[in-house]
Write a protein that binds this ligand. Sequence first.
Ligand code: SF4
Length: 379
Amino acid sequence: MSKGRTEIAVIQATSFCNVDCKYCYLPDRKLNRRISLETVAKIADRLFESSFIADEVTIVWHAGEPLSLPISFYEEAHKEIEQRNTRGVKIAWSIQTNATLITGEWCDFFKRHQVRVGISLDGPKKVHDAYRVDRSGRGTFDRTMRGVRLMQEAGLRPAIIAVVTDASLPHPEDIWRCFTEIGAAYVGLNVESAEGINLTSSMQHDGAESAYKDFLKRILSSMERESSSPLLREYENTVRHIMSRSSNTRPQDNIPMAILNFDCEGNVSTFSPELLTVRHHRYGRFILGDVFKHSLEDLIHTDIFRWLSSEIEEGVRSCRASCDYFSFCGGGWPANKLAETDTFKSTETSSCRLRVKSGVDAIVEHLEERFGSEMSVIC
Ligand code: SF4
């Protein structure tokens, strides 16, 4: 089993989230567990002593609402990590947040540390509030937008992660206008999928594939119409892939050690970040070790790592042998395969039919309509 270089380290600063989105995959979001600076320091020790680490690593605060912890914690945590970076690895900081707790002081912190801020926003109020609610069932759009506006005033351009649900499908133009108006730099569309404790999706229904394809084509048309449109991840990746004619795209989620996920107690997993918190009815947890007891090199000699890697690789091999979209997809997302099919060895899921197959079809059709025969030559 070949390993990847570690390019992403996801660190759970807290398990707690102050909101309660209906499709959330995190089982412990009501629990107020927090990482200690001692654990942060140990994670940094393990990362920078590891032979897996790439020359540049993105450290993402995620898997709970990171902004529930004070700015002073992150000032100290960044210091602890930077002090241990004796090999001079380039660090890119990132925070994934629902934006409801952003203040002017947070914006200063983002600037000071050049933090890439990913905001979870599904579109305008009627779309966002359908699923992104608090514990009393109230929509969170207004609170999210307050944070977004503070970022705009501070001259910061967020990256948006939008979950596409059945509530999004009728409103592609409004959704794109919303992202353009807030000055987003970048948008990623995550089709709602079964992952973690979210066992079903509002997008698993008859007609969802053609509806998503139509949705994405209308997003692409809006993108071309708006003069200051953000970049769309799905479009950028597909076009880059077509132009490079590469047959070797694999998501980091299915490459061993490419992503390392650390929970707030120092437990470590690899592959899809969602696997950090999953408790499977047959397999239990997918924790490979604990930073206080194990080096990252130790992890790859555990039975669970060998078993997990071989099952995931078998799924990727089956995808390669059976799927016309393999060169775009690279064999899918282990956490989604497990949630939908109860095994990592499987191939097609309803999520990949939407996210990959309908997505690629929509983009290629759009390019063909736009560029006609020139495009057929490239494809
Ligand atoms: S699109 Fe689905 S079936 Fe095809 S390679 Fe990806 S995960 Fe496998």
